[in-house]
Design a binder for this molecule. Sequence first.
Ligand SMILES: Cc1ncc(COP(=O)(O)O)c(C=O)c1O
Length: 929
Amino acid sequence: MSDTIGTDTPYTALGFYHKISQLRADTWNALKRDLGKLVNLQDEAQSRNLVKAVDIKLTRLEIIEDYHAFPSKEDFRHLWHLFNRQEYSLLEKVVKRLVRAMISESYRRRQVDLSETDADAEDLETLDALAQLRRGHPTSNSSSQPYFEVLIVDAMSLQEEEVVREAFHNLRRPEDKFVYDVVTVRSFEDALIAILVNPNIQACLIRYEFPYKSKYNLSALRNYLEGISEVELESKSEAERSILLSSMIREIRPEIDQFLVTSGDVEVTASRDIRHFNRIFYRETDYIEQHHTILRAIDNRFRTPFFDALREYSRKPTGVFHAMPISRGKSITRSHWAGQMIDFYGINIFLAETSATSGGLDSLLQPYGPIKKAQEYAARAFGSRQSYFVTNGTSTANKIVVQALVKPRDIVLVDRDCHKSHHYGMVLSGAHVAYLDSYPLNDYSMYGAVPLREIKKTLLEYKRSGQLDKVKMLLLTNCTFDGVVYNVRRVMEECLAIKPDLVFLWDEAWFAFATFNPTYRPRTAMHAARYLRDRYRSEEYAAEYAAWKEEFDQLDPNDDATWLDRPLLPDPESVRVRTYATHSTHKTLTSLRQGSMIHVYDQDYRQKVEAPFHEAYMTHTSTSPNYQILASLDVGRMQAEMEGFELVHSQVEAALSLREQLYTNPLLNKYFEVLKNSDLVPAEFRQSGVETYYDPNAGWNKMEEAWAQDEFVVDPTRITLSIGKTGIDGDAFKNDYLMNQYGIQINKTSRNTVLFMTNIGTTRGAIAYLLDVLIKLAKSFDRRWEESSRPERKIIEHQVKSLTHDLPPLPDFSRFHDAFRPHVDAGTPDGDIRRAYFLSYDEENTEYLRFDNGELQRAMNAGRDVVSASFVIPYPPGFPVLVPGQVISEEILYFLQALDVTEIHGYRPELGLIVFTEEALLATSECSE
Ligand SMILES: Cc1ncc(COP(=O)(O)O)c(C=O)c1O
């Protein structure tokens, strides 16, 4: 499929960096095919063309393989040697072997030497390939020594390079926990390219004496190298250059263990800022020391303390005189009826089912052992200061955070389209809620996210009304279900300029994976928090702030434009970075369902939050947490730290392939339109001006640009397809077409869109299947049209028009009724949602009004404020269009009438909407006065 994609574009530009691993595999396969043809060809002209094609492919591959341990530089010399001597049959044989070794990954288990014909080695490789054919995937690393690569940055000669590689090879021992190979690069830029294109690199030895410039043109590095001039770098001392390189590696792939090898004065080097290095070696230090240090560092990430403890526990013979008859499978192994559970799950899961918190295990509620360690490792992986495991999903994680930080009557600014757990969290905490509106995408019946201007405006309202001290928290969803991602740094920075101790809760239920990709990571809450904390402590920031303040103080503070039309900077003396993120780890990384995490980066956590956080955690956590979920979180963290970069990279690759096909296939275009950046993010929020990340000539070069600058960007791994032109609505398309006909599961739909999400488990095969299905569906719609009579065609046209033109505008949050507005006199919008929620518990306070027979409309026309007594949540869109205490507006009523969904929580069509009686509202207003 992607055989042709990009392989004709200059590889050296690495503009296709986002698709590099697919291109690598595709180019090797294409080379194998070309050689296969070449050796059987008689026609001279055709042969000449093929020889040229082979030359081009080899040249391209050599660049990529320069950054990989296998095939080695020696192997490549061998390939060129055969090519130059026109020994094409032999070359074909070697390339075939090489491709087979790459697919079966046998180079991870044993050294593949292509330069000589080693019959035994070839037999083993054939066995690997056959075994893989049988299983359908390469051997998992669980049974063998996991493999990785060590990057050495040093301007060595080819001979020196071979010697070093040999030296490390010779240290391999069968009892080592891991096996590794060595890749060498000779310049600063090459080191960065290597860690971007080669996910196997897990450790890096930076030596002195390497130049800055690569011999290749590295446009993929543009964003990473911004602000660094070549001249400046060349003039840096060797030590400074190494330190700068290490901090850039840290920024791109923080998981990589880095070591400095110096020929200079170790003590002097050690006194510099070398925080990113695990250790410094003197050049003379022997390889054995380096070898063991590297293995140890990798083991530190590979360890899974709780999973290990649970496995260990499950092997111990124990007598159970406590709860859980299912523990050790006891209640089912002897059962005459329930043994099928063992048949299905196997025995291990039951051996690991226990209520014990001792004997090597731990207590989630008061961790002191392996759970504590596992959580500390999670903090390291996600860049937080503290991380906590949650076994009941982000729904619970959100409530824990809100309860830990928000007291009754604190004001919380909440994105109105957020997940329902937040609205319930507000009820539980007794917060006064100020809802913020997202920008609507009326053409697709979807919402975007909350513009920064809207947030600043609301904060300013509170400032001017003297209520700012009551505003405690800003709660936003990053990224939204549809993939709209905030500029988290900027939002926090500007809000902190108005309220320096504001707490941020970023619901990143869908964004745990983002930590493991360098383009995504800066837009995660934890990364942004750490970045801002460092920024506010720097001298450069103090100067930047002083200059900004001088200018700001000249402006009129009563003019809205002063605050809203220019970027604001917080005072470094008073600002506190207080950031929380919740992750549904199970949604985007390896974890059993409900496995979630809370990540904390709060400068005031220890003094102000730790105790209430503990209580909130106790409130919402079961005393019988599921150990399998905890173990899976531990393994999921380990996997993300070891191969998250690779997995997320391939997820992005898979999504980009799908997008490319959807953009360019004429049959698909007839019925489906894949929404681009510019469809989901209005121009005013795209400072970069980037409309789409994809350019057929330059590849996916634009993505970084948009992600670095824009107020909002779209995560390309979520693919929203507009299907209005099919005449079928989102819900029917999801159920009747995708699921029932083809077994394709999706979750989110709007009236005229469906959302396809890729994840770290999405394969190229799955993408090919989806494309195949969409093509079949497009053909079936063609047939439907051809075979329809004129009246039937009219019906189809009417359906298409209804889905593409007659779209009810999406309503904003109307307002809380004055009876529930504690600061009505100050004119601020917040409402006491808890009061409204519990008022409805007394039946006499509420009544039902139907809107299908005009009853509700009549009440509104007579001038009555009709106020909802419950949450009303249609699916889709899946968030409340009404909350308790909210006045029903004309727009909301119109929207509810126009909705053609069947599932509306909080609404019973035969009764109508539950609303407060006028008497109840009056009594409430009076008692609040
Ligand atoms: C934005 C958001 N937050 C929180 C949740 C709840 O997460 P969980 O299913 O882990 O409880 C969801 C679920 O879809 C969500 O979309």
